[in-house]
Ligand binder design. Structure first.
Ligand SMILES: C[S@@+](CC[C@H](N)C(=O)[O-])C[C@H]1O[C@@H](n2cnc3c(N)ncnc32)[C@H](O)[C@@H]1O
Length: 263
């Protein structure tokens, strides 16, 4: 009798311990757990059931609910879909406001975006460009590039935006000759995080920065770009500012890093 009650007690203790361990792990990795749920499990199931990609669903929702030729309405409609229906890796509205302010401050003639995805940030940047200014946006996934093309056309900013399809490391060295770029006034880094540092170095090696060129990097906390932060903050040629914020469509902490090239 005594033996069976101590076994029971032991099992209860083990269960409580496992439960506590899970709670701590989930709390510590809330962002990772949420992203795995949204990006892998839920999305794959929905894609399978609907036989359609999430990015196509975002575009369809915009085509049905936004106003053609109105970039604000396109941005708002994407935010509505991604905050209410399915999470997606657009910069989102909270960090989008930081992006807008930076673009307004720089007032670029030539802007470069690394990572187009569905064209959300491209539409956001393009609507703030002065007449004659242009945005070059780089995307290596042809399916995303095709969605972004339709999104940008629907928003009515296609005359300001050119999608360059291919890996950033191949496109950057072509910017001067093939795309007639002298220097870049503004660069938005929002592609895979392990490319932030090598592409920043490549951009400098290709002489694409001028004194006062501004780089803005998204997601420096989540998924995180520690190597980039270490590189850029310890580089005397850049002056950095951090903008604490939250991961798109979530309460998880994230930040953007601005780096002004000092020449
Ligand atoms: C976070 S999403 C971009 C979101 C977009 N800037 C927005 O806010 O609407 C990152 C995108 O970068 C693309 N990407 C990642 N690494 C790349 C690379 N080296 N060259 C080109 N595109 C890349 C991915 O396919 C993905 O579509």
């Amino acid at each position: 009798m005594l033996e069976s009650s101590s076994v029971l007690l032991f099992i209860v203790f083990v269960l409580i311990f496992v439960l506590l361990l899970f709670t701590v792990l989930i709390r510590k990795n809330a962002a990772a757990v949420a992203l795995i749920w949204h990006e892998i499990i839920r999305e794959k199931i929905t894609n399978f059931i609907m036989n359609q990609s999430k990015e196509q669903r975002i575009l369809d929702f915009v085509l049905q609910n936004a106003v053609r030729g109105d970039p604000c309405s396109v941005v708002d409609t994407i935010d509505k879909y991604c905050s209410q229906k399915e999470w997606a890796m657009n910069v989102g509205n909270e960090k989008g406001i930081i992006l807008d302010k930076t673009v307004e401050e720089v007032n670029p003639s030539v802007a470069l975006e690394l990572g187009t995805y569905c064209g959300y940030s491209a539409v956001r940047i393009a609507q703030l460009l002065k007449p004659g200014a242009r945005l070059l946006t780089v995307e290596f996934n042809p399916k995303f590039a095709a969605i972004a093309k339709q999104m940008i056309e629907f928003a009515g900013v296609h005359d300001k935006v050119k999608i360059l399809e291919g890996p950033s490391e191949e496109i950057i060295p072509q910017l001067k000759k093939k795309y007639e770029v002298d220097t870049l006034d503004f660069v938005f880094l929002d592609h895979w995080k392990d490319r932030y540092t090598p592409d920043t170095i490549l951009i400098q090696e290709c002489n694409l920065l001028r004194k006062g060129s501004v780089l803005l990097a998204d997601n420096v906390i989540v998924p995180g770009a520690p190597e980039f932060l270490n590189y850029i903050r310890n580089n005397p040629r850049f002056q950095c500012t951090n903008y604490p914020s939250h991961l798109e469509y979530m309460k998880v902490k994230d930040a953007m890093e601005k780096a002004v090239f000092l020449g």
